[in-house]
Design a protein around this ligand. Structure first.
Ligand code: C2E
Ligand code: CA
Ligand code: CA
Length: 466
C-alpha cells in the first residue's frame, strides 16, 4: 500500500488527479468494507447485518415469502479462551465462520454479531420452515465433525435459536429478540440444541429467569433442604448409607423438582455456592450418623469442572470431621464428556483424598463402556429406566445382567436405582446385583437416623423407617 501511494504522488498533475480520485475511491471501498465487515472472520458485522435484515424483510413482504433469523452462540467460549489462549479462540471463531459459509446458500447473510455470537438471515419460501431446521442440523453436525481436527483440537459446541418473519414477529427488533429468546431456550436445554421460537417461549423463559434469580437467594432465604434416601445391600435390605437429594421450597411455586432447578442452577452457575452448601450440610449430617453409614452426594457437571470443587470437598470434610471414606460423590457421564479440563485428573485428586466416586445413571445419555476402562470409579449405579423394565422387558433385563457382570469383573459394586417392587428386588438378587436403592427400601426423607446408640437396633430401625 505504502509504495503505491508514493508512485501515485510522482505522476503528472492531471494523472495525479485521476489517481488520487482512484485512491480516494479505494480508501472509500476499504473503509466501507471495514465498516461493514468483521475484521477477524470477514463476515458481515452487526451494522451490515441490520441493513441486510431490513432488506430481507422488505423483500419477503413484497414477494409474499419469509425470513428465518438464526441466533447462534458458542457454548462456554470463555473457557476456550481461558484454557487454550486467545489465539485458539480466534482460530475457533474463524473455523466456525468458514463452516457457516460452507453450509449456507449464497442468498443467506452470515454475520458475526457478538464476541462468540453469529447470526444468519435465510430467505425461505412460505411454509418451508423445515429448510431452516435442516440448515441448523447441518451446521451443528459440521461443527461437531470438524472442530476436533488437528487445526482446532478443541471440543466446540453451539446452540441455535430461530425465529420467522412474518409469522413470529413483524418488526425487525422483535424478530431479533425472538431469535435470541429461542437461543436462550436452546441453551437452557444443553448443548448443540436448536429451538424455534414459540408463542409461549417468552413466558417460559421469564419463568426460568425468575427461578434463576430466586435460586441465587434460596440459600440465604433458607428455602433449600436435603432429604436422604437409603442405599441398601440387595440380599438383606440392610442400609449401608444414604443418597442426599436436594429440595427447594419456593415461596410462589411450592416445591420445585431438582430435575427442573438443577439445570437452571448449572446454567446460572448458582450451582457452585449451592453445591458447596450441599457438601457441608451432608457431611455435617453424616458426621452425626453411626460410623458404618456413608453419604452419597450428587455433583453436577458444572460443579465437577469448577476449580473450587477440590477445596470445597476438603473444607467440608475438615469442617465437619467426617472421615473421607464415608463420603461418596455421584457423577454422571456428562461430566466426562462436557469437560474441557482433564476429568481423570479431578477424579484422581478426589480419590487421593480418600473420597469415593460412583458413576450415576449408568446406561443413559453419553454412556460408553470405555469410560469404565478410562476412569477409576468405585461404583456403578444402573439407571432406574432399566430397573422399571426388568420385569417385562427382556432387553432391560439383559442390560442389567451385562452391567452387573461387568461390575463383577471390574470388582466394582453395582447399585440398581429406582427399585419399587418386590418382584424387581427378587430379580435383581437373582441377577447377582449386590446393592439397591428405591422407594421399596425407603423414600427420600428429612430425618433418617434414629437416636438409638445401639448399632444393631439402629439397623433394625433403619429398615423400618418408611
Ligand atoms: P438421581 O441422582 O438419579 O437421583 C435419584 C432420583 O430418583 C431422585 O429424584 C429420587 O427421588 C428418585 N427415585 C429414587 N427412588 C425411586 C424409585 O423407586 N422410583 C422412582 N420413580 N424414582 C426414584 P429427585 O430427588 O427428584 O432428583 C432428580 C435428579 O436431580 C437426581 O437424579 C439428580 O440428578 C438431581 N439432583 C438431586 N439432588 C441433587 C443435588 O443435591 N445435587 C445435584 N447436582 N443434583 C441433584
Ligand atoms: Ca444420584
Ligand atoms: Ca441416578
Amino acid at each position: 500500500m505504502a509504495s503505491r501511494k508514493i508512485s501515485l504522488r510522482n505522476k503528472e498533475l492531471p494523472q495525479e488527479g485521476r489517481h488520487s480520485h482512484l485512491e480516494k475511491k479505494c480508501k472509500r471501498i476499504i473503509k466501507k468494507s471495514i465498516i461493514l465487515h468483521d475484521d477477524l472472520t470477514s463476515l458481515a458485522n452487526r451494522r451490515s447485518f441490520n441493513i441486510a435484515l431490513l432488506d430481507a424483510m422488505t423483500f419477503a413482504q413484497q414477494n409474499n415469502t419469509c425470513v428465518a433469523l438464526f441466533s447462534i452462540s458458542i457454548d462456554r467460549f470463555r473457557n476456550i479462551n481461558d484454557l487454550f489462549g486467545h489465539k485458539m479462540g480466534d482460530r475457533v471463531l474463524k473455523r466456525i465462520a468458514d463452516i457457516l459459509r460452507y453450509a449456507c446458500d449464497t442468498n443467506c447473510t452470515i454475520a458475526r454479531t457478538g464476541n462468540s455470537e453469529f447470526s444468519i438471515i435465510q430467505p425461505i419460501q412460505k411454509g418451508k420452515s423445515e429448510t431452516s431446521l435442516s440448515l441448523s442440523e447441518k451446521i451443528i453436525s459440521d461443527i461437531k465433525n470438524s472442530t476436533r481436527s488437528p487445526q482446532t483440537p478443541v471440543d466446540v459446541n453451539i446452540n441455535i435459536g430461530i425465529a420467522f418473519f412474518p409469522q413470529d414477529a413483524e418488526t425487525e427488533e422483535n424478530l431479533r429478540r425472538y431469535a435470541d429468546i429461542a437461543l436462550r431456550m436452546a441453551r437452557h436445554e444443553g448443548i448443540n440444541c436448536v429451538r424455534v421460537f414459540e408463542k409461549n417461549s417468552e413466558k417460559v423463559l421469564n419463568a426460568k429467569l425468575n427461578i434463576e434469580h430466586d435460586l441465587g437467594l434460596a440459600i440465604r432465604r433458607k428455602q433449600l433442604h436435603l432429604v436422604y434416601q437409603p442405599l441398601v445391600i440387595a440380599k438383606n435390605s440392610e442400609i449401608y448409607g444414604f443418597e442426599a437429594l436436594l429440595r427447594w421450597q419456593h415461596l410462589t411455586y411450592g416445591e420445585i423438582s431438582p430435575a427442573i432447578f438443577i439445570p437452571i442452577a448449572e446454567e446460572s452457575h448458582h450451582i457452585i455456592p449451592i453445591g458447596e452448601w450441599i457438601l457441608t450440610e451432608t457431611c455435617k449430617a453424616a458426621s452425626q450418623w453411626p460410623d458404618h453409614l456413608l453419604v452419597a452426594v450428587n455433583i453436577s457437571p458444572v460443579q465437577f469442572r469448577s476449580r473450587s470443587l477440590l477445596t470445597a470437598i476438603s473444607n467440608a470434610l475438615k469442617e465437619t470431621g467426617l472421615q473421607p471414606h464415608r463420603l461418596e460423590l455421584e457423577i454422571t457421564e456428562s461430566c466426562l464428556i462436557r469437560s474441557v479440563d482433564n476429568p481423570l485428573d479431578t477424579i484422581t485428586k478426589i480419590r487421593e483424598m480418600g473420597v469415593r466416586i460412583s458413576i450415576d445413571d449408568f446406561g443413559t445419555g453419553y454412556s460408553s463402556l470405555s469410560h469404565l476402562q478410562s476412569f477409576p470409579f468405585d461404583k456403578i449405579k444402573i439407571d432406574k429406566s432399566f430397573i422399571s423394565g426388568i420385569e417385562h422387558n427382556q432387553i432391560s433385563r439383559s442390560i442389567v445382567r451385562a452391567v452387573v457382570s461387568i461390575g463383577r469383573m471390574l470388582n466394582l459394586p453395582v447399585v440398581a436405582e429406582g427399585v419399587e417392587t418386590e418382584q424387581q428386588h427378587r430379580l435383581l438378587i437373582a441377577e447377582g446385583c449386590p446393592q439397591a436403592q428405591g422407594f421399596l427400601f425407603g423414600h427420600p426423607s428429612k430425618n433418617v437416623i434414629p437416636l438409638s446408640k445401639n448399632i444393631s437396633e439402629q439397623k433394625k430401625n433403619l429398615k423400618y423407617m418408611n
